[in-house]
Design a protein around this ligand. Structure first.
Ligand code: BTN
Length: 240
């Protein structure tokens, strides 16, 4: 593991992708104190005031089929949820596919991106954690939280970065050595929303039903009112 630190970058995912294209090895972790153009999933932006958030991107080069690279987000969200639960005694939950929530409010997000350019096949796992925010902009105030707001104490962002990077690598190695099932079984223990009624929006249609869990590939399983089960591989949003 090699941690590379920047004061500010556009997006740690961009920096890590660029480094991966230039041949940077697996195990490189890019950390920045600030992002000027942080990205979330589905083209959304990712907010974070300088010095208050963890912005981190991990370069991995798994020998997996390309369609399985997205499973790395389960590795990362599991690591974040476990870290927040064990080290900060928070009741952290993972909302499918990879948000981390405390009492329904988002504390961390994961964005996995890949590159296949210049013969360099790599995945970049981007992790954003709200650490020391004491408040959020009005539009996020009801939706987001931070370690500081939940525990009342300021936390060393660097320490979280180091600990999280180690946990991510440990679970990544476990995944590569033993397969996805062990990771998924651990992830399921943190899953948010089982049994809850949810509205899933995807490609112009809406599906309503109760969340049953995830299948062996990590797809979301929902049971509609008629009892029919639907398997969802990707969704625009899930609301409860
Ligand atoms: C989401 O919930 O939509 C995913 C958010 C991912 C944010 C992290 S912060 C570090 C890395 N760099 C980015 O630009 N995005 C990810």
């Amino acid at each position: 593991m090699r941690l590379v630190r920047f004061d500010a970058v556009k997006s740690t995912n961009d920096t890590a992708l660029e480094m991966a294209r230039r041949g940077e090895p697996e195990g490189t972790v890019v950390i920045a104190g600030h992002q000027t153009k942080g990205r979330g999933r589905r083209g959304r932006s990712w907010w974070g005031a300088p010095g208050e958030s963890l912005f981190m991107s991990v370069i991995l080069r798994p020998d997996l089929p390309a369609e399985e690279f997205c499973r790395l987000s389960f590795v990362a969200s599991l690591a974040v949820a476990e870290h927040l639960s064990c080290e900060h005694t928070l009741d952290a939950r993972v909302k499918w596919p990879n948000d981390v929530l405390i009492d329904g409010r988002k504390i961390a997000g994961i964005l996995v991106e890949t590159t296949h350019a210049a013969g360099q096949r790599a995945a970049v796992v981007g992790i954003g954690v709200n650490v020391n925010q004491r408040s959020f902009p009005p539009e996020l105030a009801d939706l987001a939280t931070s370690v500081m707001l939940e525990t009342g104490s300021e936390v060393d962002v660097e320490r979280i970065a180091q600990a999280l990077a180690e946990t991510i690598f440990a679970y990544y190695e476990q995944y590569i050595a033993n397969g996805f099932e062990e990771i998924l079984n651990r992830w399921r223990k943190y899953m948010w929303g089982i049994g809850r009624q949810a509205e899933v929006r995807m490609e112009g249609r809406v599906l309503r039903g109760a969340i049953s869990g995830v299948d062996s590939t990590g797809a979301l399983v929902i049971r509609d009112d008629s009892g029919r089960e639907h398997t969802i591989v990707s969704a625009d949003s899930i609301t409860f």
